[in-house]
Design a protein around this ligand. Structure first.
Ligand code: CUA
Length: 373
């Protein structure tokens, strides 16, 4: 599918980007080329909101022109130089007063009906929606796909900072937070929702158009609020099915080289001689003893394309893996992972080699298969 299917997509980003930019200004190269737009018409959520907005804006324009016309007409017609005599004096014109009350009431009623209708369309969770649990934390996102017979899935899949969804299907996001209030917003796919500790809210996002979309935390939540991003990778259904099936049955590949083996050992047991605690106490790797849930799931870290909740992508990401492990708070303000300053360069390289080896099968990998939007 291309943008020609959605004739407004090309014209709307300017407006959408301006509105969106008020909350999600992204100055970093990490998101270069991505257009954040609440006017992205590939999302049914955005389409519904958009057409309601257009209806209200058109009404406002008609009212503005009507009132302006009446004003200028009256001022011109009753100019003093045309009418030196005192104008007619009257009060208590019932018809005029009824009109002045009645017309605004009708206008407000129409807008109320439009708004209620739009809410009734976009708010209920469709029964066939795909459910994903989203948890915001300082400063990253956890995405969990609960296994359920209804979804045709069995095992729970979790991923950090990269949300993989099927295009052409409503996604029911149930959002919460671990520590402080965050907000989940992928403007191209739908509305924004606060992520509040102790509260769970479900809402919808969707897109008809496969692609990689940018998301952001959109409530100030601490030092790295601006570094709390995520990607939404919308795959064609068949590719999504391949991904989720592989992710459910995924077992982390065993380390194959000496370097990966050393990395594996440090990951699972730490390194006592260097005072380094095991990574596994905070991170999970599916199919290994590592079951920590404090930090992002690392199960297929090697198949991801971002690091630090979207600060770095691609080559930049690779260049930052070792500095990240060594002292993440030095490269991302407020990062809670403890520093591993005493690990040798060799150990850091081995850890990097191990976590990069954690890959989905090529057929199930989700990066590089759909364009960046
Ligand atoms: Cu999390 Cu802002």
């Amino acid at each position: 599918m291309n943008t020609q299917t959605y004739p407004f997509v090309r014209r709307l980003p300017l407006l959408g980007a301006n509105l969106g930019a008020a909350s999600v200004f992204l100055g970093s190269a990490a998101s270069a080329g991505q257009i954040l737009s609440i006017g992205d018409m590939s999302s049914s959520y955005n389409r519904n909101i958009w057409w309601m907005s257009i209806a209200v804006i058109v009404m406002a324009i008609v009212i503005f022109i009507g009132v302006s016309y009446a004003l200028f007409y009256t001022v011109n017609k009753f100019r003093e130089d045309k009418h030196t005599a005192e104008p007619d004096q009257f009060h208590g014109n019932n018809r005029l007063e009824q009109l002045l009350i009645g017309v605004p009431v009708i206008i407000v009623t129409i807008i109320t009906i439009l708004a209620a209708r739009t809410m009734a369309i976009v708010n209920p969770t469709p029964t066939d929606a795909l459910h994903v649990n989203v948890t915001g934390a300082q400063f990253w996102w956890a995405f969990e796909y609960p296994g359920s017979p209804l979804q045709g899935t069995t095992g729970t899949v979790t991923n950090g900072n990269e949300l993989v969804i099927p295009a052409g299907r409503q996604i029911a996001i149930t959002v919460t937070a671990k520590d402080v209030i965050h907000a989940f917003w992928a403007p191209n796919l739908g509305g924004q929702r606060d992520a509040i500790p102790g509260s769970k809210k479900t809402f919808q996002i969707d897109t008809d158009r496969p692609g990689v979309y940018q998301g952001n935390c959109s409530l100030l939540c601490g030092a790295s609020h601006a570094n709390m991003r995520f990607k939404v990778v919308a795959l064609p259904k068949a590719q999504y099915d391949t991904f989720i099936a592989a992710a459910q049955s995924y077992k982390a590949p065993a380390p194959t080289t000496a370097s990966e083996r050393n990395g594996y050992n440090i990951f699972m047991q730490g390194k006592a001689s260097a005072g380094a605690a095991p990574c596994s106490s905070c991170h999970r790797v599916q199919g290994t003893p590592a079951a920590g849930a404090v930090g992002p799931d690392m199960s297929f870290f090697g198949s991801r394309n971002t690091l630090g909740a979207g600060i770095w992508e691609g080559k930049e990401r690779e260049a930052h893996i070792q500095p990240w492990i060594k002292h993440c708070a030095a490269v991302k303000p407020g990062c809670e992972m403890p520093p591993y300053l005493s690990l040798s360069a060799q150990d850091l390289g081995d850890l990097e080699a191990y976590i990069l080896s954690l890959k989905l099968p090529d057929a199930a990998a989700y990066w590089g298969k759909v364009p960046v939007r």
